[in-house]
Design a protein around this ligand. Structure first.
Ligand code: SF4
Length: 694
């Protein structure tokens, strides 16, 4: 059985003396979450939960003592209000960072207004995203005027974006319902740090980017995302980097994502996409100067051609990634890389020669210089790497990205946190592995911070997993690498979906497995009279697929990585989650492979130190899709016998909530039949779980 976990578990005590006023304030936070407290009075659907109250008190302590708090709060605890309420009440300047822009929007537009109204604290708040989320008047107008686009539909989209921007307060593209977020037109209607002319811009007073930054500087609480937070620390673009020194409280929600993401933010990338954008901007700007600059345009044209040539010289088709050692050392590719670098240098020289003519030319010259340098570093890099960084590429059908990524960012993050006077709070439903915080704290450099008090605490989900759900690892399934495993997963999913009359989410670890399982379910699932409605990741945007899944009778959704997190279907529409195999990252993934090699050289065991903890976190996330409220019931099926037969399996299952467990598929089918005795249509609509709601 899964061992019981203490509630809450404090790894190390908070240090530092509290002034009486501080203690009184912490007690005020406790009262807020009491059964007859203000939140119970003001929020109609508030349910008092001891775990939420305790977490809020821990956050209040951390704020009062400017400490580090690592807080794991199981699903349904209400962690968002538990950290937001003390932050709002404290009156201190707060930065909240979420994992994605979607969560950023939810927090800002849904949770914050609701809570500030309940608390009666009119806190000035702001939402800040990366600059590529905001319409840029300067480039939108000039590209519309220039009118040369690769894609025929771009002109129409740009006119649509202009209509939107004229009536928008924020210029945030997520609010533009008429143009898809991934339309190529957005790259012509937004800015980069390299082509923004700042105070020289004729649109500066109406600029959405600078307006959002001004509002953020003026706000008491700012909501950002992890990508913006860390990439801005690197490029110091006066977005988040400008805010951080004045902040008293920094909160990371979905903090489990940070350890894997951080090295990428501290690296450097150059891409053919970026190069084409540079060429486009340079050509348009040079052409505004008139006929004298034809030579410069010719240099830019050559750079554009060499950019296309380098992808064509890569004798690989489809989407691929690998290290520098995997790149062909064939003459055509190496020659194309050398030519590309030389062309970037030539663009730098051509633009530098006229840089004094306009602010934009000066910025583009700088960009070309950085680009040429990065390519030069790539050319000099040894195929074996340098032991500290990994050089790797990512190739899609049309583009190539070359990356230089440090193997770890632990030191940099440690220094950032240690130097900041703020309280730092990291929270998520999945921060522990086997009940311990060691992996997260080590990866984040928190174990070596002596400048601040540091606490870690965990609060279990209020859900009764033993009663509400069943975890099965079918005993008759082949090992995941054995022949027939994929077919067996499809058959298990088919049987469970039959017992639940659809209502099934299948999470696969690879796209090929996802397609195979979906195909089997499509051809063999359900009955002739009532086949399953099989939805597959990629058929439509994620939100659209989820909406279809929750409203379509007999729906089965088969998905891969992007559905392991951020799926919050409350109610019986999602009653079965099938996971095809333990989610170990492929050991040949470039950064992971380099980390593994380094660990082996140092005599450590990379499997137990890196791969198992990562898989545990992802498995917890996938499993967390099943039970989203006290009323949810269902089956979690993990089609990987290693969970039960390998030594490390115990670390993985002990990281999961305390489900009732079985090895029998028949037991799971019977459990589902008790939930859904008669085949009937999906009755309860899904809903988004609100923090104050049961
Ligand atoms: S200031 Fe920069 S981002 Fe704003 S409109 Fe001008 S170029 Fe675009």
């Amino acid at each position: 059985m899964v061992p019981e976990k203490a509630l809450p578990e404090i790894d190390s005590p908070t240090t530092g003396a509290h002034a009486p006023a501080t203690d009184a304030w912490v007690e005020a936070v406790r009262d807020l979450f009491a059964p007859s407290g203000r939140l119970a009075q003001k929020l109609r659907d508030f349910t008092q939960r001891a775990a939420q109250q305790e977490m809020a008190v821990a956050v209040a302590h951390a704020i009062a003592t400017r400490a580090i708090l690592v807080a794991e709060a199981g699903t349904g605890t209400g962690k968002t209000f538990a950290y937001l309420a003390p932050a709002l009440l404290s009156g201190k300047r707060t930065l909240v960072s979420t994992g994605t822009r979607t969560l950023q929007d939810q927090l800002f537009h849904r949770d914050l207004p609701r809570l500030t109204a309940a608390l009666g604290v009119p806190v000035k708040r702001a939402l800040l995203k990366g600059r590529n989320n905001y319409v840029c008047w300067f480039h939108l107008e000039r590209n519309l005027e220039e009118g040369r686009f690769l894609e025929p539909e771009t002109g129409g989209w740009l006119r649509e974006i202009r209509r939107f921007a004229r009536h928008s307060q924020s210029g945030d593209k997520s609010e533009c319902a008429t143009v898809p977020e991934n339309a190529p037109a957005w790259s012509y209607a937004t800015s980069t740090r390299d082509n923004c002319v700042g105070s020289e811009c004729p649109h500066f007073d109406d600029c959405f980017v600078f307006r959002a930054r001004r509002e953020a500087l003026d706000a008491e609480l700012v909501v950002v995302n992890h990508h913006l937070f860390f990439s801005d620390q690197q490029i110091k673009e006066e977005g988040v980097a400008g805010l951080l020194p004045a902040c008293d409280v920094v909160i990371f929600d979905e903090a489990h994502q940070l350890p894997d993401l951080l090295p990428h933010y501290y690296g450097e990338s150059v891409s053919t996409f970026e190069a084409l954008r540079l060429a486009h901007d340079a050509r348009v700007e040079l052409s505004t100067l008139g006929g004298d600059f034809r030579d410069g345009v010719a240099v830019v044209d050559r750079f554009e051609k060499t950019t296309r040539d380098v992808r064509l010289a890569l004798p690989l088709t489809g989407t691929l990634r690998g290290t520098i050692a995997d790149l062909p050392q064939s003459a055509p590719f190496v020659a194309a890389l050398v030519t590309w670098q030389a062309a970037a240098s030539a663009v730098h020289q051509a633009l530098a020669a006229v840089a004094e003519r306009t602010e934009l030319l000066a910025k583009l010259a700088e960009k070309a210089k950085r680009f040429a340098r990065a390519l030069d570093t790539w050319q000099q890099a040894a195929p074996t790497g340098n032991g500290e960084e990994v050089f790797w590429f990512d190739a899609s059908a049309h583009h190539l990205t070359l990356n230089r990524t440090p193997l770890t960012a632990t030191e940099a993050v440690r220094d950032l946190i240690a130097a900041s006077p703020a309280a730092w709070i990291f929270t998520s439903a999945t921060l522990t592995v086997g009940g311990r915080f060691d992996h997260f704290r080590h990866q984040m450099g928190l174990t070596r911070i002596t400048e601040k008090p540091s606490t870690a605490a965990r609060w279990e989900s209020p859900f009764d997993y033993r009663r509400q759900a069943l975890l099965i690892v079918p005993d008759a399934i082949p090992e995941p690498n054995a022949a027939g495993h994929r077919e067996a997963v499809a058959q298990v999913a088919r049987r469970l979906a039959t017992a639940a009359n659809g209502r099934t989410l299948v999470l696969c670890t690879a796209l090929a497995a996802m397609r195979a399982v979906a195909e089997t379910l499509r051809t063999q699932g359900g009955t002739d009279d009532a086949p399953f409605v099989v939805l597959t990741q990629g058929d439509a945007p994620k939100e659209t697929l989820l909406a279809r899944f929750t409203t379509t009778p007999r729906a089965v959704l088969v998905a891969s990585h992007s559905f392991w997190e951020g799926v919050d279907v409350v109610g019986e529409a999602l009653s079965v989650v099938v996971i095809d195999r333990l989610p170990f990252a492929p050991p040949n993934e470039p950064l992971l492979a380099a980390q593994i090699a380094r660990m082996k050289r140092a005599g450590s065991d990379p499997f137990l130190t890196i791969q198992v903890p990562r898989a545990a976190t992802l498995l917890q996330q996938g499993a967390g899709r099943l039970v989203r409220s006290e009323r949810d019931h269902g089956v979690l099926c993990i089609c990987d016998v290693r969970l039960a037969t390998r030594g490390y399996g115990k670390v993985l299952w002990s990281s999961l909530p305390p489900f009732r467990r079985s090895r029998s598929l028949a037991v799971a089918e019977n459990f589902l039949r008790t939930l859904f005795p008669e085949p009937r249509e999906t009755a309860a609509p899904s809903g988004v779980h609100s923090d104050g709601a049961p």
